[in-house]
Design a protein around this ligand. Sequence first.
Ligand code: GAL
Length: 664
Amino acid sequence: MVHRITERLGGLAFGGDYNPEQWDRHVWQEDDLLMREARVNLVTVGVFSWALLEPEEGSYDFDWLDAHLDRLHAAGVAVDLATPTASPPPWFTLAHPEALTVTADGIRLTHGSRDTYCLAAPAYRRAATRIAGALAERYGDHPAVCMWHVHNEYATVCHCDRAAAAFRVWLRHKYRTLDALNEAWGTAFWSQRYGSWEQILPPRATQWHHNPGHTLDWRRFFSDETLAAYREQRDAIRAHSDRPVTTNLMVPAYQVLDLWKFGREVDFVGIDHYPAAPGVDAAADIAFGGDRARSFGAGKPWLLIEQGTNTVYTSDGTLGKEPGDILRHTVGHIARGSEGALFFQWRQSKAGAELWHSAIVPHAGPDTRIFREASATGSAVARLGELAGSTVRARAAVLHDADVWWALDTRGLPRTGSDHHDSLRRAHRALWNAGVTTDFAHSADDLARYPVVLAPSLYLLSDASAAALRQYVAQGGTLLVECFAGAVDEHHHARLGGYPVAPLREALGIRVEEYRPLAAAQALELSDGTRGTHWSEVLRLEGATPVASWTSGMLAGQAAVTRHQFGKGSAWYLSTRLEEDAYAALLGQVLAAAGVGPEIADAPPGVEAVRRHADDGRSWLFLLNHSDTDQRLPVTGHDLLTDEPVGHHGLTLPARGAAVLRQG
Ligand code: GAL
């Protein structure tokens, strides 16, 4: 569906959040000129405009928005029209105090920021659907509108009584009987047996560990509730408009949504991405976010809806971008399947909560490095139009599962030294360092198209998924499974008789008898000279051969890393955490066994290579130089960014620069 946007734009998208209501006529005139200069062709409008659009309950003021949409259309700029529901106006919260967020500690928040609502509160849902429908009725066919942007970064979780009531409805639908729920949650322990549905509450603050079945179902419920809220708005829009509808998902280190489910309900995947570290780490993070976005959309092209031009807020304060980053980060997203790049925001606010957040037009105006770099990036994106609709073909997949993420995020578990997100990132980073293009996949998917699959974090595994993985190996796949895998089922019940669950155990040719976390500072040597940290397991070999064994401690002489030929494929098991170099070396063996190599051979350090393919046989090789030195590369093609041919003498890729070579 994203092709409907690129067709309308006549190329890839470039632009950002545009909040003209913060400015006056004089600035709007300058915006029109500067947007042309920066080659902006798509802006997100209205994302936080609820108080202006509906100044009082049920009474709308669209005149100001009419004027902006008409002006933008006349200026040749298309609109990604947002529903403003991430920031309800003060009148809403005063009229519906029961729809305000309640934290797990039982504190009811009040208005004064944004995202302060309960997604399960009927009053909020009605108001959100109403404003979405009213906008669609008015602008559904407006020639400026080329897509819809529902809400903003769904992530608010609420523990109020309305959420509790909706949770019970969800649970009744899932379990039908209280006996089934009590069994699934293991309420026989700690005297938690529920005698009526009304006794069940959200997992609010309590004295000691929550019940793990309870918290897992709560996370699933809130994700489903959020998706239902999205669907209501989407359907209200679809009643009046045929333009594609999506939302800007976040793919950060915390996750309250099952992004696989969201990917199936949006017309195309849109994400926001703000790297939390500078330099090469930012580049790896962009690849990580882009590969996840593409995968959640089943490999189809997607859209980067927000990134920053410069300073962004991170958990450690603010982080600035280096010269060249705006272009390289933008091209990095496009390389992984984005059909363009939008920024938060067009013009830096002079007041309000995010006045220090960067923008395309900074406080200092257009005569600035940032505006010049952003404009040059707009021109570069305009030269990439021919690759719209092309896709990325990955040879490796990393398994990603919201249930595993949430199950591991439970108090009272032994610690492997890494949560789901970190494990995914580590595996992806190792593949990225090796130059291998990677998808994410779910363990229940058909994985046959990937020669190699990594399962760095597979704590929870259903019988069906375990059987699918066994089949994947039997039919010729290469699978690397890491420690603490297949330990519990989908109800968070431990697997009995040895871990992991039987079908996976057979494929791996091992049986785990005991988990033995290592002390924080402990690093135990393995027979190949590498070291295991954080975790160890008592393995019994049931067909597998050892790749490396422990050399000391209680497990001396016993296998730590194994390999098993199973059917036409092979399954590897890593029962500890390896240090970075050792992990990379093990991955090198696994990739070699699967016959998977990098996109280009012998890329110099700091050079990233990834390719987009068209169905007609053309392809585009993206080359990104994250290092501080120019790099020579033995490649040929036509560089779309410079519009120059690259002949048999090869390409000099400037320090912190990028090239996009049309080949074939
Ligand atoms: C995004 C959000 C924007 C803005 C931005 C700042 O997460 O959607 O509205 O707040 O962060 O980085």
